[in-house]
Design a protein. Structure first.
Length: 232
């Protein structure tokens, strides 16, 4: 700081390398302000040079706004628990195996021996009132049974029946050779099914069960055979 008011940076060898260029202001003082600005002030409190490094003061933080519960002294309300997800109960049955066969009505197996030297025509008539009903390997709800029957019908392509009843209007006649047995059975075409029942529960979880069942159709038929020995 020179007496003429000029601030000079002197390098070794008394070589000036920078100055404020404020000579002609004797009695000036260099003041470091609290805002970070370095100012050269001449007499009469007159600034003649500064670094221009002053920074604006940071605004004070906003005052905290008290919550309504804090202002009134009431307890803070608890966050409501989310409502558990629910689903409508539903059933779906997937058929994995289907076997069609003739299922004889109870009491509708017949045999007749021809002990004559000539062939004879034999006639067998169905025993009336005997019933074959559908059955499942395990107990299920009425809604699940509807779903199972619908899936089985769509898979086997046949008209299923909850139960099938034998009628005396059904009979069969055929020729039995001499010294032979004529055998016949009267039954219903049925399907033996195996598959998986998938149930969507109220809590949206899916349970699975393996279900087997026997389902009669509306088709009835006779099966006849001729043997040398009576059927066991």
């Amino acid at each position: 700081m020179q007496a003429d008011g000029n601030v000079v940076v002197i390098a070794p060898g008394n070589r000036p390398i920078w100055s404020t260029g404020t000579n002609g202001n004797p009695g000036s003082v260099l003041i470091a302000q609290s805002d970070g600005n370095l100012v050269l002030v001449a007499p009469g409190n007159r600034p003649v040079w500064s670094t221009g490094t002053n920074q604006p003061a940071e605004p004070p933080p906003p005052a905290a706004t008290p919550s309504p519960s804090a202002a009134t002294g009431s307890p803070t309300p608890k966050t409501a628990r989310p409502t558990p997800k629910t689903c409508p109960v539903s059933h779906r049955f997937v058929v994995e195996r289907d076997t069609a066969y003739t299922r004889p009505f109870p009491g509708n197996r017949f045999s007749n021996y021809n002990g004559t030297p000539s062939a004879l025509t034999v006639t067998f008539k169905a025993t009336a009132g005997r019933t074959i009903s559908s059955s499942l390997s395990t107990t299920v709800s009425a809604e699940a049974k509807v779903a199972i029957l619908a899936s089985v019908k769509a898979t086997v392509g046949a008209t299923l029946s909850e139960s099938s009843v034998a009628s005396t209007s059904n009979s069969v006649s055929f020729s039995v050779p001499s010294r032979k047995w004529g055998n016949a059975s009267y039954g219903v075409i049925a399907h033996e099914i195996s598959g998986t029942l998938m149930t969507t529960e109220r809590n949206c979880k899916v349970s699975k069960r393996t279900i087997t069942g026997k389902f009669p159709t509306t088709r009835q038929s006779w099966t006849a055979s001729i043997t040398s020995k009576p059927l066991s």
